[in-house]
Design a binder for this molecule. Structure first.
Ligand SMILES: NC(=O)c1ccc[n+]([C@@H]2O[C@H](COP(=O)([O-])OP(=O)(O)OC[C@H]3O[C@@H](n4cnc5c(N)ncnc54)[C@H](O)[C@@H]3O)[C@@H](O)[C@H]2O)c1
Length: 435
C-alpha cells in the first residue's frame, strides 16, 4: 500500500443499520460468524476479489485491502433501529433465513444488539405494527433524536467512525418535489414545518447521519438521498452517500444478461419479470404505494443498456414489465421468472427463459458489507457526495438527473468503475475501460 495516501482505518467502525429484519440480521450474523472463522463471507468483493494494478512486467493482482486501507471485520461494532423491539438474535430467528446452528455460535453477541426506537411514520409503511417508535414533535425533532442516538452509540462503544445503512422496509413513493427537495434550506424548512408528505422518516436518518459525519447508504429504493438537497448536505458535510436499492437477484441477472443481447445486436420486443416472495419485505411491497417505489427502481435498469435512440431497429418500444407477488410459503426464498422475447436475423422471434431460485438476504448480506466498508473508505479518502463507483451494487444508481446524467446500469461497466476507484484511491493508474 506504499502508493496510497488514504487515511488509515484506525479504531473501531460503528455500523448502524436502520431496520433489524431479514437482510440486516443475515449480514450481522455472517460477519460475526466469519470473524470467528465459522463461516465464509462468500459474495463479498472486499473479502475475495483481486484487482489488476500496473501493466506489463509491473502487473500484479491484489486484494482490495492490499491496495487501500479497508476496515477489518474485527473492528466492526453493530447497532440498529427498528419498529419492533426484538434483539438481533430474536430477529434472526424470526426471519428464518439462517439455520439455528449458524446463528447460535454468535448468540451472545447478537442478543446485545438491541434496536433503538425507530423514527417511524405508519403512513410510510402501513403494514408494520411495531411500537418501538420515537415520539417526536416534528420531523426536525425526529432528526435531532437520531443524531443523539448516533452520538451516544459512538460514546458508549468507543468507535471512531460510523456508517449508517438503510436496510429497513421500502417506504411509500415520495415524488421529487422541486420546492422542497432541491435546496438544503428548503428541505430543512420543511423538516421544521413538519411537512410529513415530503419528508420521509428515511430522510431524517440520512440528514442525521451526514450531520454527525457518517456516510449514508440507501439499500431500499427510497428517494431519500437521491435529491439535490441531500447532495448539498453531503457536500457541506464532506460525506459520501450511495443508493439506491441493493442489486441482488432479478436485476443483477438483468444487468448482466442485457449486455449479451446488446453486444450481439439482437433485437428486444419484450422482457417480463415476475417473482414470488413471502418475507416481511414482500408483505410491505404488497401495498401498491410501496410497490410503486420498487417498480420505478426495477424498471430503470434496461433503458440505459438497450437504448432505443441508439438502435431504433432493435430497441424501439420494447415492453418491459416487473411484478412482485407476496406469497408467504416461500418466505425469504424468492423465485423469479424472466421471459425475454428477442428477435434475430430478418426479425425472426426467439425466447429466453430464466428461472432464478434465490435467497434474498443471502444475496443482500455481502452487498451490505461491501457498501459499508467502501463508504467508510471513501470518507477517509475525502470523496463526498454520490459515490458512482458503488453503482455495481445498486439497482437504481444515483445520478444527477438535473443535468440529464444517464446512470450506468451495465454490470460490467459498473465493475470497471468499481475497480478503477479502488486503483485510484490506492495510488495506481485507473486505466481499465469498457465502453
Ligand atoms: N434482500 C434483497 O434482495 C433486497 C434487495 C433490494 C432491496 N432490499 C430492501 O432491503 C430492505 C430490507 O429487506 P428485508 O428483507 O430485511 O426486510 P424486513 O421486512 O425483514 O426488515 C425490514 C425491517 O425494517 C424495519 N423498519 C421499517 N421502517 C423502519 C424505520 N423507519 N426505522 C427503523 N426500522 C424500520 C421493519 O420493522 C423491519 O424489521 C427492504 O426495503 C428491501 O426492499 C432487499
Amino acid at each position: 500500500m506504499e502508493k496510497c495516501n488514504v487515511q488509515k482505518a484506525d479504531g473501531k467502525l460503528g455500523v448502524l443499520v436502520v431496520g433489524l429484519g431479514a437482510v440486516s440480521t443475515t449480514f450481522m450474523t455472517g460477519v460475526l460468524m466469519a470473524r470467528k472463522g465459522l463461516a465464509k463471507p462468500v459474495g463479498s468483493m472486499t473479502q475475495y476479489d483481486k484487482i489488476r494494478v500496473g501493466r506489463g512486467a509491473e502487473k500484479k493482482y491484489l486484494k482490495y485491502d492490499q491496495i487501500v486501507p479497508i476496515a477489518s471485520l474485527d473492528d466492526i461494532v453493530f447497532g440498529a433501529w427498528d419498529v419492533y423491539p426484538a434483539n438481533a438474535y430474536e430477529a434472526a430467528m424470526n426471519a428464518e433465513v439462517l439455520k439455528e446452528k449458524d446463528i447460535d455460535p454468535v448468540k451472545d453477541e447478537l442478543v446485545k444488539i438491541v434496536p433503538m426506537k425507530a423514527a417511524f411514520d405508519k403512513n410510510y409503511a402501513k403494514r408494520l405494527e411495531g411500537d418501538n417508535v420515537k415520539v417526536a414533535k416534528d420531523r426536525w425533532d425526529m432528526t435531532e433524536q437520531i443524531r443523539e442516538d448516533i452520538r451516544n452509540f459512538k460514546k458508549e462503544n468507543g468507535v471512531s467512525r460510523v456508517v449508517v445503512l438503510w436496510a429497513a422496509s421500502t417506504e411509500v413513493y415520495v415524488p421529487v418535489n422541486e420546492a422542497v427537495h432541491y435546496k438544503l434550506a428548503d428541505l430543512e424548512a420543511a423538516m421544521k414545518a413538519d411537512d410529513k408528505e415530503n419528508i420521509a422518516p428515511s430522510m431524517c436518518y440520512a440528514y442525521a447521519a451526514l450531520a454527525e459525519g457518517a456516510p449514508f447508504i440507501m439499500g431500499a429504493p427510497n428517494t431519500t438521498v437521491d435529491i439535490p438537497a441531500m447532495w448539498e448536505m453531503a457536500e457541506k458535510t464532506k460525506m459520501p452517500i450511495a443508493g439506491k436499492d441493493f442489486k441482488t437477484g432479478q436485476t443483477l441477472v438483468k444487468s448482466g444478461f442485457a449486455p449479451i443481447i446488446g453486444t450481439r445486436m439482437l433485437g428486444l420486443s419484450g422482457w417480463f419479470s415476475t417473482n414470488i416472495l413471502g418475507n416481511r419485505d414482500g408483505l410491505v411491497l404488497d401495498e401498491p404505494a410501496n410497490f410503486r417505489t420498487k417498480e420505478v427502481s426495477k424498471l430503470s435498469t434496461l433503458e440505459s443498456i438497450l437504448v432505443p435512440e441508439e438502435q431504433p431497429d432493435l430497441y424501439t418500444d420494447y415492453y418491459h414489465k416487473v411484478r412482485i407477488n407476496y406469497y408467504p410459503p416461500r418466505n425469504d426464498n424468492k423465485e423469479g421468472w424472466d421471459n425475454i422475447d428477442i428477435f434475430g436475423w430478418m426479425g425472426y422471434p426467439m425466447q429466453i427463459k430464466i428461472n432464478f431460485l434465490c435467497r434474498d438476504s443471502i444475496l443482500a448480506a455481502p452487498l451490505c458489507l461491501d457498501l459499508v466498508l467502501l463508504s467508510d473508505l471513501a470518507a477517509r479518502a475525502g470523496r463526498w457526495g454520490t459515490q458512482r463507483f458503488l453503482s455495481f451494487y445498486l439497482k437504481s444508481p444515483q445520478h444527477d438527473y438535473t443535468q440529464n446524467e444517464v446512470p450506468v446500469n451495465h454490470l460490467f461497466q459498473q465493475y470497471v468503475m468499481l475497480k478503477n476507484a479502488i486503483r485510484e484511491m490506492g495510488g495506481y493508474e485507473a486505466d481499465e475501460e469498457i465502453d
